[in-house]
Design a protein around this ligand. Structure first.
Ligand code: NAP
Length: 284
């Protein structure tokens, strides 16, 4: 039987409908969650991601603004801007769209954001809290993937999960969140020997590489759940994942598509984090 497709767009819509209702109630108490996005330079992909975030925020009733800055601004100017936003009580969430120009230290920028406003969940304080199992802002992509697995009642506890990719924003936190859910986690990456022999042991396979259609059914155990995080552009300009969808569909039990898979869930978890930030900051 072909895999059941996990429709991220549909799940995102359901979660956003609930958020919209929650925000109506928050607004009645005088609280409107606000997200500020800093966009530097004119990278078309970054512009498109930021537009998506702005649109999704508006859809659920989160107010947002985009601060557009020239790519030649100095690192200190950017840090000053973030400090200003940290001190602004009307701003609940701050997101600096990555990647940054080469002359700006990405880690320094992330660490300047107030952890209480770090809705991307990239600040080392939030990552540390996640690791020790404390309340934290979780990185949006792995957080969304956990929601996708749970939405289909896919058992995580006790299962062998293989994560291909070890970036700070996807692979590493993905494995940690799955470990927190009592999975047995194996990380793979570009230096892994005999990748196929490892991925073939996976009950759940998370693919976050960034190479179009690199994972075909020979990497997949019969009946595995496969999550495709990759976003690549075909030669004809169409979006495609890291997984050979048609091939793997015949072998997996669950599979996420690209587009309409992990992407919409990533934005949705950003909205969830912004609401959480607004409620948290409002307490004090
Ligand atoms: P990244 O920082 O480039 O990391 C890619 C990872 O893949 C690295 O750990 C790398 O290993 C590993 N890798 C590369 N080639 C490999 C190979 N042949 N075999 C095994 N592992 C290999 O990318 P990222 O930021 O994690 O993103 C990964 C993909 O997800 C990209 O396509 C990105 O666009 C997409 N993405 C999607 C969303 C979404 O919301 N849908 C969000 C974020 C990212 P090394 O560490 O050894 O180099």
């Amino acid at each position: 039987m072909p895999a059941e497709i996990i429709n991220g767009q549909q799940l995102a819509k359901e979660l956003r409908d609930n958020m919209r209702e929650e925000i109506v109630q928050l607004k009645e108490t005088g609280l409107t969650p606000h997200l500020t996005v800093i966009l530097i330079g004119d990278d078309p992909a970054s512009h498109s991601y930021v537009k998506g975030k702005e649109k999704a925020s508006a859809e659920v009733g989160i107010s947002s603004n985009i601060i557009r800055l020239n790519a030649d601004l100095s690192e200190q100017e950017l840090l000053n801007k973030i400090v200003e936003l940290n001190q602004d009580d009307h701003v609940h969430g701050i997101l600096v769209q990555l990647p940054l120009p080469n002359h700006i230290d990405e880690q320094k920028v992330i660490e300047t954001i107030d952890p209480a406003k770090d809705v991307d969940g990239f600040h080392p304080i939030n990552i540390g809290r996640m690791i020790v199992g404390q309340d934290a802002f979780l990185p949006c992509t792995p957080y969304g993937i956990i929601q996708m697995l749970k939405s289909k009642n896919i058992v995580i506890e006790g299962k062998h999960v293989v994560v291909i990719g070890r970036s700070n924003i996807v692979g590493k936190p993905m494995g940690q969140l799955l470990l927190n859910e009592n999975a047995t986690v194996t990380y793979c990456h570009s230096r892994t020997n005999d990748l196929k022999s490892i991925t073939n042991q996976a009950d759940i396979l998370i693919v976050a590489i960034g190479k179009a259609n690199i994972i075909d059914s020979s990497y997949v155990k019969e009946g595995a759940a496969v999550i495709d995080v990759g976003v690549n552009r075909n030669t004809d300009g169409k979006l495609t994942g890291d997984v050979d969808f048609e091939d793997v569909k015949q072998k997996a039990s669950f599979l996420t598509p690209v587009p309409k898979g992990v992407g919409p869930m990533t934005i949705t978890m950003l909205l969830a984090n912004t609401i959480k930030a607004a409620k948290g900051l409002n307490k004090g």
